[in-house]
Ligand binder design. Structure first.
Ligand code: 8YV
Length: 332
């Protein structure tokens, strides 16, 4: 029997490539470039499946141009790069990679919070620049983390991981805002209390964003929300660019309307708003919250397992749509 053909859209852990080669005729992106939609559609010709990252946009146009494509396995928990409605209509199965990155991403969220509140990168730059000449009582004096109020917007698996780190590790008072309330059991486990978005913004010392990017969550934090925050507060975004209005944030940081921000994701990344690059009170990292060797390997393996399942006629492990229930015709 001829093997099904799949494309791995970006370089991934070699163990996962080797695993996929046991099952499929594998095509790779050896230069590891980010393809334009036209290039992606061209590379997808004749492919039954594709392993994507959040850099590849699976649009209605791409789906229409690739009639053989049956499954798109995203190596990310977020899948705002998918046009899910178009996939549904085209009978294409989409999958994501949840759970395997939860704890690693929560670790990073907390690390970014610590680095931001305690001004770690700013002070390191100062030291490296040879500016450290004496001890001063207020040199890089930051915001307290232990015992402070942690406000989490988006209380999914990663948000819950951050809540537990704050509550159990740092004795923080944890409040959260989410589309829905957690069950009382989960609230107790996370030691977290539901509040309105306004209350969260007005009372949290550290606001952490971990919500999915949707049309509704676009600019969840803009000038009006930043104005509601305490002048001593920090803002952490490990969710998606676009959830924060980066231009408004840069202005608020410059004017010290909030104390500091830690950002792993950006509107229009890998481009970063130029004003964010010039303000000192922001910690900037290049979308690395899930980047440990083990976790990136696990994310790739879960995406690969989804490809094997769907192209082998089985149910996907972690589907994001159900084309078998709604599509007029399926592609597999
Ligand atoms: C990925 C992410 O590294 O899982 C997500 O949603 O944002 C990151 O963990 C990135 O999107 C690559 O797919």
């Amino acid at each position: 029997m001829t093997k099904r053909r799949i494309l791995i859209a970006r370089a991934i852990h070699p163990d996962v490539v080797a695993f996929l080669k046991q099952h499929f005729e594998v095509h790779t992106n050896d230069a590891d470039t980010v393809w334009s939609p036209e290039q992606l559609a061209q590379q997808l010709q004749g492919m039954d499946g594709v392993l994507t990252t959040s850099s590849e946009r699976i649009s209605a146009q791409v789906l229409a141009a690739c009639p053989q494509l049956k499954v798109v396995a995203n190596m990310a928990v977020g899948y705002n790069n998918f046009d899910v409605d178009a996939m549904e209509q085209a009978g294409v199965q989409g999958t994501n990679a949840p759970d395997v990155l939860t704890e690693t991403t929560a670790d990073f969220g907390f690390a970014l919070l610590m680095a931001t509140a305690r001004r770690i990168t700013e002070s390191e730059h100062y030291l490296r620049a040879g500016k450290w000449s004496k001890w001063s009582y207020d040199m890089f004096a930051g915001a307290e983390v232990h015992g402070s109020t942690l406000g989490i917007i988006g209380m999914g698996r990663i948000g819950q991981g951050i809540a537990k780190r704050g509550a159990y590790g740092f004795g923080m008072n944890v409040i959260y805002h989410n589309r829905s309330h957690l069950s009382p059991a989960l609230e107790a486990e996370c030691k977290a209390r539901y509040v309105s978005k306004d209350e969260l913004l007005q009372t949290a010392d550290h606001v952490v964003l971990v919500l999915p990017y949707t049309p509704e969550s676009h600019h969840t934090i803009g000038a009006a929300e930043l104005a509601q925050m305490k002048p001593t507060a920090t803002l952490i975004n490990i969710a998606r660019g676009g959830i924060v209005d980066d231009a408004a944030l840069a202005q608020a940081l410059k004017a010290q309307r909030i104390a500091a921000a830690g950002l792993d994701v950006f509107e229009g990344e890998p481009k970063v708003h130029p004003d964010l690059l010039t303000v000192p009170n922001v910690v900037l990292t290049p979308h690395i919250a899930s980047a440990t060797v083990a976790t990136r390997r696990a994310m790739g393996k879960l995406a690969a397992d989804n490809l094997v399942a769907v192209l082998g006629g089985e149910l996907p492990l972690t589907p994001v749509n159900t084309p078998d229930a709604t599509a007029k015709s399926l592609r597999w």
